[in-house]
Design a protein around this ligand. Structure first.
Ligand code: DOR
Length: 432
């Protein structure tokens, strides 16, 4: 176990300090010790990072770790190992477990399991309502005391307007982020893909774009009333992106996030009838994808997330209509975001890292997001050139459900440090 580490010759990108330079990063006793000229000449371990990018640890603010209740799909141990392998030093996990994370004991359980797993940091997101049923408010105050950093009923939205406003008021008292899965059940109910020509051709019940748009629109009005910081989960439609853009222009505290699949795939992919493409919100149209890309480009979309949603093989092999929604993403997100955003020149590397680290840290109010001296040494080393072929069978996650299996991608996390300790390290990472 190294006490001091020097990472030399790498391109250091820290959006929090506006650093983008080839320089040295020094780590000592689990903290960032120095950057650049101030760094010592030697250390217990010296890494030659020539050709690599060193960044503040990536933070995924939207994952499903499935524990408790669905340990056959993922556990906190396997999910955080997958996260570290994907370059993430922290994940925020959604409460749609069984039982749901709607009380302080459940939160304490997650934090205990995370400490035992000793991979990435884990930030639990508490349920807004008891059992995620959308009726009675959950013990929000007790969950804050237990360590919850944000609230959501993700997997479903809070449909009842009165309950939603009460939940927003309660969450705002603790200055936690209110994350909504925007989907009006009376419009979406029973749908399994985007409502468009492909769904019509397949004869499948569909989820219209309006299901997302109307809830986001209602919520933006409610959030203003409640004074809560409001965040649209996994945005998928052009009209929702536009709503968030306008809300920001009006100075409202509204933010959002997008997944790799909503930047790379359209509903036409579901034409293959392959349930690997079934996800919620559903894959949308080319115009929606373009609007999401433009939203990242102009900063309307704040964060990049995976919505890592592991499901067992047998479940995902059911016919499209009956298969569960979701795809895994922790080990694939980085190259997929590079492909969608950096390679075509929509955003720069510093912008990518800001959306994958600095911004989520700010929204969640957690450690990380920057490499300031004295901060915990949560660092990701990325080989931006590495070409590799996604092999679902080779992933650390317990589940294999990805539509990107077999895709050739570029860019890979080769080292992940949490508190200055290696939690993932590629064989190719050379010591000097
Ligand atoms: O596709 C999805 N899967 N969307 C969600 O909102 C929930 C998630 C899950 O938990 O499987």
């Amino acid at each position: 176990m190294s006490k001091s580490i020097l990472i030399r010759n790498g391109r250091l990108i820290d959006p929090a300090q506006e650093i983008d330079a080839v320089t040295t990063l020094a780590i000592k006793d689990g903290k960032i010790a120095a950057i650049g000229n101030q760094t010592p000449k030697s250390a217990d371990e010296v890494i030659d990072a020539a050709g690599l990018i060193a960044t503040p640890g990536l933070i995924d603010m939207h994952v499903h770790l499935r524990e408790p209740g669905f340990e056959e799909c993922e556990t906190i141990e396997t999910g955080t190992a997958a996260a570290a392998a994907g370059g993430f030093t922290a994940v925020a996990c959604m409460p749609n477990t069984e039982p749901p994370l709607d009380n302080d004991a459940a939160i304490e359980f997650v934090l205990r399991q995370a400490a035992r797993a000793a991979s990435t940091r884990v930030y639990p997101i508490g349920a807004l309502t008891v059992g995620r049923q959308g009726k009675e408010l959950a013990e929000i105050g007790l969950m804050v005391r237990a360590g919850v950093i944000a609230f959501s009923d993700d997997g479903t939205g809070v449909a009842d307007t009165g309950v939603c406003l009460r939940a927003m008021r309660y969450v705002s008292m603790f200055d936690r982020l209110f994350i909504q899965h925007c989907e009006d059940p009376s419009l979406a109910g029973g749908g399994c893909m985007h409502a468009g020509p492909t769904a019509t051709r397949l004869g499948l019940p569909a989820i219209p774009a309006a299901a997302e748009v109307v809830m986001a629109q209602r919520d933006i009005a409610l959030a203003g009333e409640a004074g809560v910081r409001y965040h649209v989960a996994h945005v998928s439609t052009a009209r929702t992106v536009e709503l968030v853009r306008r809300a920001k222009q009006e100075g409202r505290r509204v933010t959002t996030e997008v997944t790799p699949h909503h930047l790379l795939l359209t509903d036409e992919a579901c034409g293959s009838y392959d349930p690997q493409f079934k996800v919620n919100p559903p894959l949308r149209t080319r115009a929606d994808v373009d609007a999401c890309l433009a939203g990242v480009r102009d900063g309307t979309i704040d964060c990049l997330v995976t919505d890592h949603a592991p499901h067992g093989r047998e479940d995902k092999e059911r016919e499209f209509q009956h298969a569960p929604f979701g795809m895994i993403g922790l080990e694939l997100a980085l190259p997929l975001f590079i492909e969608a955003l950096v390679t075509p020149g929509l955003i720069t590397w510093p912008r990518l890292i800001a959306a994958l680290s600095t911004r989520p840290a700010q929204l969640l109010g957690v450690t990380g997001g920057g490499l300031q001296v004295g901060q915990p040494a949560d660092v990701t080393l990325i080989d931006p050139q590495r070409e590799w072929v996604i092999d679902a069978e080779a992933l650390r996650s317990k589940s294999r459900n990805t539509p990107f299996d077999g895709r050739t991608v570029h860019g890979r996390a080769v080292g992940t440090l949490v508190d200055g300790e290696w939690r993932h390290r590629d064989e190719a990472l050379r010591a000097m």
